[in-house]
Design a protein around this ligand. Structure first.
Ligand SMILES: C[S@@+](CC[C@H](N)C(=O)[O-])C[C@H]1O[C@@H](n2cnc3c(N)ncnc32)[C@H](O)[C@@H]1O
Length: 395
């Protein structure tokens, strides 16, 4: 593949912004692409992919690059991908055989897998022998998965419609509303997206709403709704009949939920900002189903958010674990007797998952609940994101 100076410059300045100014990779890529409207689809794809992959392999790149110069780092990444470097002034001093020889000498898993040492230790201590393959899988590129909005179309019809636009997809087994793109591309631009025919949602994430076993007419609370990905799926499973209360502590996310609901043809979602424990107490015993899609480390979705590993710390994970237990303790009371409570994370760490559920069930408030089943979805086994989903029933 041929390199072009202007797009490589785009990658290098994005990398500088991410690592020197501590900015989020997705936001920086978005801004870079917006400020270069003349780039074609291939250029945009090259820039986005190179930035994400450099972020993913940052520690390994650092270990084998001849210097901290961003062009050297880019060149090192390019060589690590099995490419050849053009004879540019910026790549002077970068010797492919030196890069190779440095790479061959590395044995430490944390460097080879490009993760912080503390994360390697944490993963190994919590996942045991499964960690090695899990981190290897989480370092691969994510597939783009759509959730078909069954309020507007069927999986087969959407597959045919996208195929007519030259977008090939396949239907993965075991995920009844999912379609996987055969090739990565910007699918937000397709008119079918604007018509609300689908949302982008990983296949593992689609297991969450399914676990609530909702029926049309039910009262459902999605208590950590964010921008509403799971609320929208729940609304489709409920055939847009009943009531979903989508709540969060961040108002702007709920605004997005409303916009997405309109596009999806969903009218049963009401949003409510959580302003304190009073908001929760008022809803005591009120819902047939409560979903707690709690804040988490995000370690199950490293494939799509590789910069998470550079932003997390043992302290931030500890803090989020405290929040997870507080949420389950405080919010479980919203379930009606006989109703279901689903606790979910996009983490693969037992301490954020089954350990939190066990702690809750062993506590005073947890006495009213029994665990029906839980799914520990590892990326290496599912081929999609890592997730955890526990289904509990209020007695
Ligand atoms: C994993 S995200 C939710 C993703 C969302 N359910 C979706 O499908 O797109 C967790 C959400 O919990 C929210 N949150 C954080 N603290 C909270 C709290 N104490 N109560 C409710 N939501 C909270 C965050 O703002 C964030 O949107």
């Amino acid at each position: 593949m041929k390199l072009f100076p202007n797009t490589v410059r785009g990658v290098v300045s994005a990398i500088d912004e991410i690592f020197n100014n501590n900015r989020y990779a997705d936001k920086v890529i978005e801004k870079t692409l917006r400020s270069n409207p003349k780039w074609g689809a291939r250029d945009r794809g090259f820039v986005a992919e190179s930035v994400y992959e450099m972020v993913r392999w940052w520690r390994l790149i650092e270990a084998v690059s001849p210097s901290k110069d961003h062009y050297h780092r880019f060149g090192t990444y390019w060589l690590l991908q099995g490419n050849k470097l053009p004879d540019w002034r910026e790549f002077k001093g970068l010797d492919p055989s030196e890069v190779k020889s440095k790479l061959n000498k590395i044995q430490q898993r944390s460097v080879l897998q490009s993760i912080p040492d503390w994360l390697d230790e944490m993963g190994a201590s919590q996942l045991g022998e499964k960690w090695d393959r899990e981190i290897d899988t989480l370092n691969q590129t994510a597939s783009v998965v759509l959730r078909v909005n069954t309020l507007k179309t069927s999986r087969e019809d959407l597959m045919n419609r996208l195929a007519a636009d030259g977008v090939d997809t396949y239907a993965p087994k075991g995920y009844k509303d999912a379609l996987v793109l055969a090739e990565r591309q910007n699918i937000f631009k397709n008119p079918a997206f604007k018509e609300g025919m689908y949302e982008i949602q990983d296949a593992s994430s689609q297991l969450v709403a399914a676990a609530l076993e909702v029926e049309p007419g039910m009262r459902v609370i999605d208590a950590c709704a964010g921008a509403g990905g799971k609320s929208l799926h729940l609304a489709a499973l409920m055939e847009n009949k009943g009531r979903i209360l989508s709540m969060d502590v961040e108002a702007w996310k709920l605004t997005n939920t409303k916009l997405r609901a309109r596009r999806n043809g969903v009218s049963i979602i009401e949003t409510r900002l959580i302003e304190g424990n009073k908001t929760i107490k008022r809803l005591k015993d009120s819902a047939d189903r409560v979903l707690l899609d709690v804040p988490c480390s995000g370690l199950g979705v490293l494939k799509r958010n590789p910069d998470t590993k550079w932003k997390l710390s043992p302290e931030s994970i500890e803090k989020v674990q405290v929040m997870q237990q507080e949420i389950i303790q405080d919010y479980a009371s919203m379930v009606k007797p006989g109703g279901l409570l689903v606790y979910a994370t996009c983490s693969i760490l037992p301490k954020e998952n089954q350990d939190q559920v066990s702690k809750f069930l062993a506590s005073e408030k947890g006495q009213e609940f029994e665990l029906l089943e839980d799914q520990k979805v590892l990326a290496q086994e599912s081929g999609f994101d890592g997730f955890y989903i526990a289904k509990m029933k209020r007695k």
